[in-house]
Structures are given as C-alpha cells and as structure tokens.
Design a protein around this ligand. Structure first.
Ligand code: GTR
Length: 419
C-alpha cells in the first residue's frame, strides 16, 4: 500500500506538461441528447443530469434515512482585546431508523465571530485536526473520536491531544478574517466520518447508511459535504450570522468536499476550493499528478465503488471536473492553486474554471477574466476567480486575503436587504 503523504509520486505519474495525453473534454454546453444548450433554462435541466451523474459515478448517493439534529450552544470567553466571540455548538445527530436502531453522534461546530450588531457573513469549512487546533482558546473542546496521526513525539495514535491546540492557526487566520467583518465556522471532519477505509462501518455511515441498501453508496467525501450542509442548517438559526452569505471552503481533500457541498446545496452563497486537485477542481482527463487510479487505490473510501471502474479509463467518465464547477453557477466560485503543488495539477484546476465559464455567461455573468494560465500571485477576481500562489500545497494567509477580496467584490459582507 502506498503512503498517503503529499508528494508520494508513483513512477508513472505525469509531472511534465509534455506528457499530458491528448484528450477531449465533454462539452459544457451540450445536453445529454447532444443538443446545444443556449439558455439558462436548458442549462438548469443539464445541471440536474450532471448532478445525478456525479452522484452515481463518483460521490455516491446519500441515504434517505430520516434523522434529527439537536443544538446546544455555549458562548466561550470573548477575546479581550478585539471583542471577537467564540461560540461552541454541540450538534447531536440522531435517528431511530438507522440500520442498527436508534443511535446518535455528536459533532462540534466552532464559530469565531467579529463583534457586530448586524448578522455577519461567514466562511464555513471543515478542519483536519480538531477545532482546538484552529485557535488557542482554552475552552474549545478536543475531538472525542478518531484523529489523524500526530507528528509530535509522544502523541497517542489517532487520539486528539492538548499539544495540538492552536497549531493550525496559520490555516485559519481568524484575527485577519474577523477584522474584515467576516466570521469563521468550522467543524472537525472526523466528527462526521473518520478519514480511513473502514468499509463505511463508522461515523455517520454507521448511523444512516444501510449496508443492505445498495442504492445508498454514500462515500466519505459526500458524507463530509452533507455535514457542511447540516452546519449551515445551524447557521440559519443563529441570529449573529447572515446565513444568506455563507461561503463554503476547504483545502485539499476538504476542497473536493467544499465543491461537492456547494454543488449539492444551493444555499451556499459562494464556494472556495483551495488546492483541491484530483476529484476536486483538476481535470481528470489530463492525468497530471494524482490520477483516478491512484486516488482510488490510496483513498478507497473517498468515492463510491463505481468510480473505481474508471481507473485508467478517465476518457470514459461521462463528465469532467469543469462540469462540477459549472454546477455551481451562477454563484461566485474561487479556485486557488499553488505553484509547487504539481500533485494537484494547478493548470488542470485553472482549465476547469476556464471551461466552466460559458455556463456563467448564460446567466449574463461576466464569467472568467482569464484566458491563459496566469503567472504566480496574480489573482483574478471575476465571478469565477482564480489564483496560482507561489509555494507549496497549503492554505495560507495569502490565500485567505484573496478569498476575502473576492467575497467582498461579489456581495458578501454587504448589508442585508429586506427581500
Ligand atoms: C493527498 C491526496 C490529495 C489531497 C491531499 C490532502 O495525499 O493525494 O488528493 O487530498 O492528500 O488532502 O492533503
């Protein structure tokens, strides 16, 4: 079994543009019957077809098991200097109809909110190591279940540790974000489903997925995305938040997750993919860096069983990832790549945005302001936005600065109107 670290390049992986095979992308403005799509109404029908294809061929179908979610909110001490508020919400997800009878699962959502007498726009995203890593606040609870392995000596395998408190702050620059009037909402992805190949025996799969029902082939990315929608359900009940201005974002595997969350939940006002790569913003057919075969081999739980039938058969997938971006139309979308992150195929991420743009134009939107792969650190802030940051596979303050500018330019943070 191959390791999962970034940069574990298989011998066969393409890392040179000259090796990219010739490929033909499915046309974004042609419908399932081969007819040209010339208006938004025809595109809306095509969006339905595509979402169904992405569901059956890649992400898997969510189970229809009924569930309930209860909320318990706790206001933590505010930051004395800035007045920034910290709110911890315990979400109890339960069902009486699951495959094994009544069960419940506990997730924790952390809100970091600027002081404001108006509801604030919010960036919502999952985190990799626990809410307590996002800031140093001593009141933020540690995850209770599975966590990724720790890199510090003495860390217990797969158990959250106090030593990790605040260690992901560089990925969540909440001071800068709140100073600009935006809030942050984040939840630990392992609360929803552990990021391991457990044959869907744990997490929310165990709660809601009936192994005897083959139509519910929900995989982990889809489960995490569903969790983001449940977090948005909570945000809709919180008067401190402008739930009409929630941007969903994620880095890497959680960037793939943010794109699928945005595609399946039209309530997200904007969608941000950071270095999401294969299965996210990057085009499969280029086979540059991580490929379908490789992602399915190393992370068999991310996508459904049918997606494995496309290993080394990218040309047979009925769609490509530019159509996932198109499914987000006409909402603002920002895709961020990093120059050293060849594994995620920065150019393939850029091309997805480029080839999604004609759909935006059907809505009378400006689409995408770039026609060529841009130089590093030259962000584009059209409704479809993009940058190639210099540096590694990461989400950094530079990325957030561009997300904030893009969000503001496309109406997030504008005062509420009485519609
Ligand atoms: C890598 C994986 C990528 C990306 C990344 C991450 O190992 O190959 O698809 O998701 O992990 O999530 O950090």
């Amino acid at each position: 079994m191959l390791g999962e670290q970034d940069g574990v390049w298989g011998q066969e992986a393409i890392r040179d543009e000259a090796q990219v095979p010739a490929y033909k992308l499915p046309a974004v403005l042609v419908d399932a019957a081969g007819q040209p799509i010339t208006d938004a109404a025809a595109w809306e029908r095509q969006r339905g077809v595509l979402l169904e294809q992405f569901t059956t061929e890649m992400f898997g179908r969510r189970p229809s098991t009924p569930y309930e979610v209860g909320y318990e909110t706790e206001e933590l001490t505010a930051d004395a200097a800035s007045g920034v508020r910290f709110k911890q919400v315990t979400m109890t997800v339960s069902t009486e109809h699951g495959p094994t009878g009544r069960q419940s699962q506990r997730w924790r959502l952390l809100l970091i909110l600027p002081p404001s007498d108006q509801p604030v726009p919010v960036f919502l995203g999952l985190n990799f190591q626990g809410n307590h890593t996002v800031c140093e606040h001593p009141g933020v609870a540690l995850p209770e279940g599975w966590v990724r392995r720790h890199e510090f000596p003495g860390g217990q395998e797969h158990r959250a540790a106090e030593e990790m408190r605040g260690t992901a702050q560089h990925r969540w620059p909440w001071r800068m974000i709140t100073e600009q009037g935006f809030g942050v909402a984040t939840m630990y992805y392992g609360d929803i489903d552990a990021d391991e190949d457990d044959q869907f025996a744990g997490g929310v799969h165990q709660l809601l997925r009936d192994p005897a029902d083959p139509s519910a082939d929900w995989a982990s990315i889809s489960a995490w995305a569903w969790g983001l929608s449940r977090a948005l359900d909570y945000l809709e009940t919180d008067s401190a938040v402008n739930a009409k201005q929630v941007a969903v974002l994620g880095h890497s595997r959680l960037g793939k997750t943010a794109l699928w969350a945005g595609a399946t939940d039209p309530r997200f006002a904007a969608i941000i993919s950071n270095n999401s790569g294969c299965g996210g913003a990057a085009l499969h057919r280029r086979r540059f860096g991580e490929t379908v075969a490789r992602i399915n081999q190393v992370f068999p739980h991310w996508f459904n069983a049918r997606f494995k039938t496309y290993n080394d058969r990218e040309d047979q997938i009925p769609f490509d990832q530019h159509q996932l971006i198109a499914c987000l139309s006409p909402r603002p979308v920002y895709v961020a790549s990093a120059s050293e992150d060849l594994w995620a195929d920065p150019r393939g991420e850029f091309l997805s945005v480029l080839h999604a743009a004609p759909v935006y134009q059907l809505y009378g939107e400006e689409g995408f302001g770039l026609t060529e792969f841009p130089p590093v650190n030259s962000p584009c802030f059209t409704r479809l936005g993009y940058h190639l940051r210099s540096g590694p596979h990461e989400i950094l303050e530079y990325d957030w600065q561009q997300f904030l500018s893009h969000a503001r330019q496309h109406g997030l943070g504008q005062p509420l109107t009485n519609e």
